[in-house]
Design a protein around this ligand. Structure first.
Ligand SMILES: [Zn+2]
Length: 408
């Protein structure tokens, strides 16, 4: 509790310039220490996606024949830390192993939305996803800090500790101990230990980038590998990500408090362990394109030959409108749809009396796997009342309507 109190005091001192300059330290997520007025409970409760939403999604994901859902352990407030394993054969001793954990910092909910799209892509019914599932084992923690999410803490766990930078603490916070043990378990596998570990965040600088580790804190060879990895991801979403040298850290040596520090000190060049920063701002979005690029970048890095599959699989074979998620929702929901060809796309939300509530999109779009979000506002920007709504897509000749539930 002590740490929280100190932060509140600092926030009050922000307006006295001398102290402000001393505490204005920006971390890799673009967060300014002490700037709690902006980031502490600054958004709606749970930032639109709470632990209950996760439990609903776990049930849905768990229905996929390719998903195994496990609890790795418990948080400080005794919430399960859920991990999904996505693979055709989770017990395989030859397939490539990849680890992704998200939402260490609860206020960085975009890191979850990208991870959510990674999951949706990996369990999807496309030849590309099937090929990846045949060759890889993905382990994913969608919500690594559930207590922080439920408490509305921007950064910390229930003890008021930032578990991103507590990997050298004695004793370890419960969440850190759980994840570290899991990493140890999966890297001690002789045949197929973890090859890539992504630590998902989002940044107030409103850019998508990787935190690149300088040779001073790693090795020359590792920086080459980092550049290969980042360039590969970038090639699948051109202009979507900043270049590899946008954010360079560890320029004066290896720090010891981060997950990537643990990776480097224990497994050095054997594991590509990086923090990814999505956008944490109004301009955030394109989570599906981002997820696609991250997964394909990983596949290219570990040496899968995607060239043949990709051409067939990068475009949907038919038009469809998918069920929104989360559903029910209380802040923002995502509507997914597939376009088999270039089409004039019109998506409108109606209430149960058939009255138009909001036009979400009305424009020509290229073929592809698409998504759009609805934040529960109408055409005039006003919050609608709770209830059942319909969403209808018209794309060329294709027309489909589905239901969703908005809660408050
Ligand atoms: Zn972060």
């Amino acid at each position: 509790m002590k740490k929280i109190r100190i932060k509140v005091i600092l926030a009050n001192l922000v307006f006295t310039t001398v102290i402000y300059s001393q505490i204005e330290l920006v971390d890799k997520c673009g967060y300014i220490y002490g700037d709690q007025t902006n980031h502490y409970l600054a958004r709606t409760a749970n930032w639109g996606y709470g632990y209950d939403s996760l439990l609903v999604d776990l049930e849905r994901w768990g229905e996929s024949p390719f998903v195994t859902v496990d609890s790795l352990g418990a948080s400080v407030q005794n919430r399960a830390l859920w991990e999904l394993t996505i693979a055709d054969d989770p017990e395989s001793s030859s397939n490539h192993r990849i680890y992704i954990h998200a939402r260490t910092h609860p206020g960085e909910e975009e890191s979850f939305w990208v991870t959510n799209e990674i999951i949706n892509f990996l369990i999807s019914d496309t030849p590309l996803a099937a090929f990846i599932r045949t060759n890889c084992i993905f382990h994913i923690i969608p919500m690594y800090n559930p207590d922080g999410v439920e408490l509305g803490y921007a950064r910390e766990n229930a003890n008021g500790v930032d578990i991103e930078s507590g990997w050298d603490d004695v004793p370890l916070e419960l969440e850190v101990a759980v994840l570290k043990n899991r990493f140890i378990e999966l890297t001690s596998l002789v045949d197929n230990p973890i090859e890539v570990a992504l630590n998902m965040h989002s940044s107030y600088s409103c850019k998508r980038y990787f935190v690149y580790h300088d040779a001073a804190g790693t090795s020359e060879n590792y920086t080459t590998l980092e550049q290969q990895f980042i360039n590969a991801v970038q090639s699948y979403f051109v202009d979507g990500f900043e270049d590899w040298d946008y954010f360079v850290s560890w320029t004066s040596g290896t720090p010891d408090q981060y997950p990537e520090s643990w990776w480097w000190m224990n497994h050095s060049e054997n594991v590509m362990a990086l923090t990814y920063e999505d956008m944490n701002c109004e301009a955030a979005g394109n989570y599906d394109s981002t997820a696609y690029a991250l997964v394909l970048g990983v596949c290219e890095y570990i040496g899968l030959d995607l060239s043949q599959i990709q051409n067939e699989a990068s475009m949907p074979g038919s038009y469809s409108l998918l069920q929104n998620y989360p559903n029910p929702f209380n802040s923002t929901t995502t509507l997914r749809y597939d376009l088999a060809g270039q089409s004039n796309v019109n998506i409108i939300i109606y209430d149960m009396l058939g009255r138009e509530v909001k036009t979400l999109i009305n424009q020509t779009q290229d073929a592809g796997f698409k998504s759009i979000q609805w934040d529960g506002t109408n055409d005039y920007g006003k919050q609608v009342s709770a209830g059942v709504y319909l969403y209808r897509i018209q794309a060329g000749e294709y027309m489909q309507t589905k239901k969703m539930v908005f809660l408050k």
